[in-house]
Design a protein around this ligand. Structure first.
Ligand code: NAP
Length: 355
């Protein structure tokens, strides 16, 4: 059990991943200070306030990533800072303003506040596989030594924002050589049940597959990780003294065809609009890439850099150093889909009336 005063600051506490981090920290007896943009939003924060331990040990405070000095007053008494807040959107109007500025200035803002604090010993930063690659190559096994060098404001700008933010975090550590250390978690596509109605872009993939958004089965392979494992990784990164550097946080790879078959075999065939046409072949790749120019820019970028490519990664470091074990991805997929129906993001199939 942590000591009574062991306080953890979690930025973006109401987010999909952060909500689970807060839940796990409270369950383990920590005192949590969560930053949100607006602590007066009652409905959006109700799930946090209802968590066991929250009335005694959860405080929600206001901080915007773009406001200089906003995090300074919240560092007091915190031994660990988990910096998760960053916009996660594939399609934005202005990539510089909507993605890069909050990601980069937010990281500077939070880490500069840490540097001015006298209590913080470790920062756990939520980066992404997006900071490792933006165009997977099956012949190259990705490790923590890899960096995304291809994204830009004009190509996969979300990936660019995550790369710039993580690079900046390491640059600050290099420059200041501080008494606190930095541990980074790099999750792949995070899936699994949500604690709120908000639909995360990663679970949106399943909602789209079931609702007929994808005309065909594309040659896409995803690396999935369950949101509960990602939260656990953050807590282990805090509690494991020897944790260091970056950690690829990704479980099984699943191809769109396997995913379609899994969903069909589990009762999501009839009454749903799963993709049927097989586009997972060389001709299909060509068609998908050509038609990607008719998609919103973010989706188009993603398709052009991922279709026909299989991500290959080594997830051994997080298992060895932190003892993290990944859930089975297919079970997480089915739990995600049941949850999408529960929250009303996917309409359940109408069942024939019983006679
Ligand atoms: P999310 O639910 O959208 O959480 C993002 C959080 O960032 C929200 O709490 C949001 O606050 C906060 N935020 C955004 N702009 C902000 C600003 N200007 N000031 C203060 N807070 C701001 O998405 P998530 O999936 O949990 O993402 C959490 C972290 O995980 C992000 O760093 C993301 O890049 C990373 N990640 C996600 C995935 C994935 O597949 N989901 C994979 C790899 C890495 P509001 O609620 O006020 O908007």
């Amino acid at each position: 059990m942590p000591s009574e005063n062991e306080r953890v600051l979690v930025t973006g506490a109401s987010g999909y991943i952060a909500s689970y981090i807060v839940r796990d920290l409270l369950a383990e007896g920590y005192t949590v200070r969560g930053t949100v943009r607006d602590p007066n939003k009652v409905a959006e924060l109700a799930h946090l306030r209802a968590m066991p331990g929250a009335p005694e040990r959860l405080e929600l405070v206001a901080a915007d990533l773009l406001t200089p000095g906003a995090f300074d007053p919240h560092m007091s008494g915190c031994a660990t800072v988990m910096h998760t807040a960053s916009p996660y959107k594939m399609d934005v109007k202005d990539p510089q303003k909507d993605l890069v500025e909050p990601a980069l200035l937010g990281t500077q803002n939070v880490l500069e506040a840490v540097a001015r604090s006298s209590t913080v010993k470790r920062v756990v930063l939520t980066s992404s596989m997006a900071a490792i690659t933006d165009e997977p190559d099956e012949n190259h096994v990705l490790t923590e030594a890899d960096w995304n060098t291809k994204s830009s404001l004009d190509r996969n700008p979300y990936y660019y924002s995550k790369t710039l933010a993580e690079r900046e975090a390491w640059a600050i550590v290099e420059r200041l050589r501080p008494a606190w250390d930095l541990v980074v978690i790099n999750p792949f596509l995070v899936i699994g049940p949500a604690l709120t109605k908000a639909l995360n872009p990663s679970n949106q993939v399943f909602a789209d597959m079931l609702s007929g958004v994808y005309p065909g089965i594309m040659n896409i392979v995803w690396g999935f990780v369950d949101v509960r494992d990602v939260a656990r990784a953050h807590v282990l990164a805090m509690t494991t003294p020897a944790a260091n550097g970056r950690y690829i946080c990704a479980g099984d790879r699943v191809a769109m065809r396997e995913l379609t078959e899994l969903l069909r075999a589990n009762g999501y065939g009839e009454g749903y609009k799963l993709p049927k046409i097989g586009l997972d072949c060389a001709t299909g790749d060509f068609i998908v890439k050509l038609s990607s120019y008719m998609q919103p820019k973010g989706v188009g970028d993603y398709l052009r850099s991922h279709v026909g490519r299989v991500p290959n990664y080594d997830n051994g470091k997080i298992q060895r150093d932190l003892g993290l074990r990944f859930r089975d991805a297919k079970t997480s997929v089915l739990e995600s889909v049941a949850d999408l129906i529960r929250w009303g993001h996917v309409k359940p199939a109408a069942r024939p009336a019983a006679h």
